[in-house]
Design a protein around this ligand. Structure first.
Ligand code: MN
Length: 491
């Protein structure tokens, strides 16, 4: 787990103690709405970033994050006592405190991006640690939200759902995202929250026996193969159920991952082995196998997912991953501090992090972009969005080959990508086993089967059903060839 004690760069306790002393004295006589001494808040924020495995400067900045805003301690004091790095971080968090006006200023830099992470990075000096402290700050404020008056509760909860939980998701901090979103949602829509929480509880109760049985079956099968593993249930969060239901018009029949089992193993080979064993025990659902190991999600998330139907007709999702992937799924960017420690922090000031795992390299790009923008350099945001947010989807052929396409692609884009001759003879498409129209937008993880007929010919109307330049180009050439051929026949 991230944040356990065996850290080779053990934080310097005397520096942290000095920060605690300074903050305690500075906040002396201040109280929170709950009646607790104010210092309880920065200390709690410190514990949170510590538990995420963050570096020493971040821990110290967490302790001091409110002193410049709320007490007579100045940035200069902090710089003198704790160094430039800590001062820089505290300054960033303070600026973020004034996020509203800050965000408005950003419109001059960033007229065309709605990306909150980039905006925040530009606002705070392009150091992602500032955002990590801010996330910890927000988490503690949410945990203690009950002390505030209702109108403030709603405002903070709403903002958390709109900005901070998605931010945690962008940084692949899964555990944080879930906790923030669920607390916030319980204030934004308490009735719905209760409904769904009850529903999840009921469902889990009803599924308990089956799940135990499945867990046993899987465990003994894995044991026979001598695989070292741990297995446990993961409960779906209320907010993610709410969002998923909204996507499926409230249809519970579409929700297949209310109960999921998570299997954690030592290495990637074992992940695929386990997947195979599960598929030999139960029937996998078509189109529901997702290989986020070969193709991590944009936020760096890695895991194998599969949804199966058991002998007694229950639908169960399995998530299979290594210990390291699990740490990253729970703690995301923060986990990289644990794995890379010093190397990371040294490079932070310049915005260059060279030791991030490849699946998080987009953060480096983003920080560099933010730094450029701040120093007044021109950046082509359109190009950036294309690269960074890699507006891509990955879909499968029926044989399981992976094809990547731009978001918004349609079946003909897929067909022409496979082969121009396949494109030429399309008569229809099956997506996840069902006939669909050629206007259907493909989605990440779809299994796409193109139906062809030798006698079918391309149509000019297809230009409306294509978004990729490649397909457009091929179609144009084919239509020209046909026209040419017809001309020759008439001559
Ligand atoms: Mn605070």
């Amino acid at each position: 787990m991230v944040g356990h004690a065996k850290n080779s760069n053990k934080p310097d306790k005397s520096r942290i103690d000095a920060a605690i002393k300074l903050a305690t004295e500075a906040h002396e006589g201040q109280f929170r709405k709950s009646g607790d001494p104010y210092i309880t808040h920065p200390l709690a924020v410190m514990e949170i970033v510590k538990s995420w495995g963050m570096d020493e400067d971040t821990i110290i900045a967490a302790v001091l994050h409110d002193v410049v805003e709320d007490t007579s301690v100045t940035l200069k004091d902090i710089k003198e006592q704790f160094g430039e790095q800590v001062a820089f971080l505290v300054n960033g968090v303070t600026k973020l405190g004034n996020a509203r006006s800050g965000m408005r200023d950003l419109d001059t830099y960033l007229p065309s991006t709605k990306d909150n992470l980039l905006r925040l990075l530009v606002a705070t000096g392009s150091d992602i640690r500032v955002l990590i402290i801010k996330l910890a700050d927000r988490l503690h404020n949410l945990r203690t939200l009950s002390a505030l008056p209702p109108d403030k509760q709603k405002k903070i909860a709403k903002e958390s759902l709109e900005i901070f939980a998605p931010l945690a998701d962008r940084l692949n901090m899964g555990r944080l995202r879930v906790e923030m979103a669920d607390i916030a949602f319980s204030y934004v829509d308490p009735k719905r929250y209760k409904e769904l929480a009850d529903l999840i509880e009921q469902y889990n109760k009803s599924a308990e026996k089956t799940m135990q049985k499945i867990q046993k079956e899987v465990s003994s099968a894995l044991g026979r193969e001598k695989i070292k593993f741990s297995i446990n249930g993961r409960v779906k969060s209320v907010y993610s159920l709410h969002k998923k239901l909204a996507k499926h018009n409230g249809n519970m029949g579409e929700i297949h991952d209310l109960t999921a089992l998570r299997i954690i193993v030592n290495d990637i080979t074992d992940c695929y082995l386990v997947l195979g064993i599960i598929h030999s025990l139960y029937t996998p659902m078509t189109g529901r196998i997702k290989d986020y190991i070969a193709m991590p999600k944009q936020n760096g998330y890695q895991s194998l997912h599969t949804t199966v139907i058991t002998k007694d007709k229950r639908i169960v999702e399995f998530q299979i991953r290594t210990h390291k992937m699990h740490d990253f799924a729970e703690h995301g960017l923060a986990a990289s501090f644990y794995y890379n420690e010093q190397k990371l922090t040294e490079n932070y000031k310049t915005g260059k992090i060279e030791h991030l795992p490849t699946n998080l390299l987009w953060i480096t790009e983003l920080q560099e972009t933010a730094a450029k923008l701040r120093s007044g350099k021109k950046v082509d945001l359109k190009k950036l969005r294309l690269n960074l947010f890699a507006d891509k989807i990955f879909v499968y052929t029926p044989k399981g080959d992976i094809i990547d396409l731009p978001t918004g692609s349609l079946p003909l884009d897929f067909a022409y990508r496979l082969h121009s001759e396949i494109g030429e003879h399309v008569i229809g498409v099956k997506i996840n086993g069902k006939m669909r129209s050629l206007n259907t937008h493909l989605r990440h993880g779809d299994v796409v089967e193109i139906l062809t007929s030798k006698n079918a010919t391309p149509k000019a109307g297809w230009f409306d059903k294509i978004i990729t330049p490649h397909a457009r180009h091929k179609l144009r050439a084919q239509l020209a060839a046909i026209a040419n051929h017809n001309n020759n026949l008439q001559k």
